[in-house]
Design a protein around this ligand. Structure first.
Ligand SMILES: C[S@@+](CC[C@H](N)C(=O)[O-])C[C@H]1O[C@@H](n2cnc3c(N)ncnc32)[C@H](O)[C@@H]1O
Length: 373
C-alpha cells in the first residue's frame, strides 16, 4: 500500500521532470528509488554534473534538500525551473508583466534561419520575453516561465494545437542552421503563427498544477573541476548521485545553441566548450574526474555515498569502468559495488543519442563508492 502511494506520488510529479528535454539524462526513477530507500530526513543530496536536475528533482519530491552544479547555462535554467514554488496563474502573470514592460524588442536576430524557424510575430514575442528574463529572472515564477519557454522553443509540429514555437524541428537538440533551412525549404514547411500566451498557459497547467511541499534546493552554474566553485557551499552532503558526460560526449553547448541564445547567448551556433570536461584521452579525462571526486569529498560528511552512472558512446571504444576506476583512485572514495544499469535504450539513457540501433546499445554501470572522511 505504501509502495503504491509512493509510486502514485512519483507519477503525479514526473511530468515536471520533462519540462524541457536535455541531450542526456538518467531516468527520474534512478535517483528517486535510491533516495527513497536509503536517505533519511534532512540529509543533503548533491549532483556535481546535474544536467537537467534529475537528482535534484527526485530529492525535491522526497522532501530532501539538494544542490546541483552544472557548467551549462541551459542545464542550470532547466534544473532551477523544477525547484520552484509557483502556480500556473503566477507564471502567466509573470509573462504578461514582461510583455507589458518590453513592448519593443531591442534585439531581433535576422537571417534566413530565423525567417524559416519562427513566424515573424512569434519571434518578436519570444525576443520580448527573452529580454525581460535576461534582465530579471530571480523569482520562482520567472524561473518556471523560463523553463517552459526553453522547453517550447523548438520541437515537432503536431496536428492539434501547436505545442512548440518553431517550425518543424527536433525537441532534444537544436538543428544546425544550414541543415534546418534546407530541410524546411525542401518540404515547403513554413513556421506557424502561435498564440504564445496560450501555449505558456497550457504548459504551465501541465507542469505546475500540482500542489507540493518545497524542499530546499539550489543550482550553481560552475565548473565542478574548479575548487573555487565549492567555496560558498555551506552544506555537507550525505548522498551524491551523478552522471558525468561519457568519454567523447562533448556537444552539450553547440547542440543547445538555440536555448543558449534564449538565455542571452549569441544568435549563431556556439561551439565553445567553456566549463565542460575535456576529452583529449581517457587518461586525461579520468584525471579531470579525479579532481571532481576530490572536490566533492570536501563537501561531504564522513560515510557519505557516491553513486555514479557511467557508460560509453559508440564512436569511442573505451572501457568505461576502467576510466571510472582510474578516476576514483586516490580520490578518497572507495568503490563498494558495481551494478549493471542495463543497456542504453528507449530514450532513457545517455548513450541513446549516439547509438543508432538497438544492436549497438552499450552497457551502462552504476558504481557505488564511500568516503570515510
Ligand atoms: C550526462 S549529463 C548529466 C545528466 C543528468 N544526470 C540528468 O539526468 O539530467 C552531464 C552534464 O555534465 C555537465 N558538465 C560537463 N562538464 C562539466 C564541468 N566541468 N562542470 C560541471 N558540469 C559539467 C554537462 O553540461 C552536462 O549537463
Amino acid at each position: 500500500m505504501i509502495m503504491f502511494q509512493v509510486n502514485r506520488e512519483l507519477k503525479k510529479r514526473i511530468k515536471l521532470n520533462g519540462i524541457c528535454p536535455y541531450y542526456t539524462m538518467f531516468p527520474l526513477e534512478f535517483p528517486y528509488s535510491i533516495l527513497r530507500r536509503y536517505a533519511l530526513k534532512g540529509e543533503w543530496v548533491f549532483d556535481p554534473f546535474c544536467g537537467r536536475g534529475t537528482t535534484n528533482y527526485a530529492s525535491q519530491i522526497l522532501g530532501l534538500p539538494s544542490l546541483g552544479i552544472d557548467s551549462s547555462p541551459v542545464a542550470v535554467a532547466i534544473s532551477e525551473a523544477k525547484l520552484t514554488n509557483t502556480s500556473p496563474n503566477l507564471i502567466l502573470k509573470a509573462a504578461k508583466e514582461i510583455l507589458e514592460n518590453f513592448q519593443e524588442p531591442k534585439d531581433v536576430p535576422i537571417g534566413e534561419f530565423w525567417n524559416w524557424a519562427y513566424d515573424a510575430n512569434v519571434l518578436r514575442i519570444i525576443c520580448r520575453l527573452r529580454e525581460g528574463l535576461i534582465k530579471d529572472c530571480h523569482s520562482d515564477d520567472r524561473k518556471a516561465l523560463r523553463g517552459i519557454l526553453l522547453g517550447a522553443l523548438h520541437g515537432p509540429k503536431v496536428k492539434s494545437y501547436p505545442s512548440y514555437l518553431s517550425n518543424q524541428s527536433l525537441r532534444t537538440y537544436a538543428p544546425k542552421p544550414n541543415y534546418a533551412v534546407n530541410f524546411w525549404k525542401k518540404r515547403n514547411l513554413h513556421p506557424e503563427s502561435v498564440d504564445v500566451l496560450k501555449l505558456i498557459q497550457i504548459r504551465a497547467d501541465r507542469y505546475f498544477s500540482e500542489e507540493k511541499e518545497i524542499a530546499e534546493g539550489k543550482i550553481i552554474k560552475g565548473d565542478s573541476r574548479d575548487t573555487n566553485t565549492y567555496y560558498n557551499i555551506n552544506q555537507k552532503f550525505r548522498w551524491v548521485i551523478t552522471s558525468p558526460p561519457y568519454y567523447g560526449m562533448k556537444t552539450y553547448i553547440p547542440d543547445q545553441w538555440l536555448r543558449m541564445w534564449f538565455l542571452g547567448g549569441k544568435s549563431t551556433v556556439d561551439y565553445s566548450m567553456e566549463g565542460q570536461l575535456e576529452h583529449p584521452s581517457p587518461e586525461l579525462f579520468a584525471m579531470q574526474l579525479n579532481q571532481v571526486w576530490k572536490n566533492v569529498a570536501m563537501v561531504c560528511v564522513p560515510d557519505s555515498t557516491l553513486i555514479i552512472r557511467f557508460g560509453s558512446i559508440n564512436d569511442r571504444k573505451v572501457d568505461p569502468l576502467q576510466i571510472l576506476y582510474n578516476s576514483l583512485e586516490n580520490s578518497g572514495w572507495k568503490v563498494k559495488k558495481v551494478e549493471s544499469a542495463g543497456c542504453a535504450s528507449a530514450g532513457k539513457r545517455q548513450a541513446l543519442y549516439v547509438t543508432t540501433s538497438v544492436d549497438e546499445a552499450l552497457e551502462e554501470y552504476d558504481v557505488w563508492a564511500e568516503w570515510n572522511g
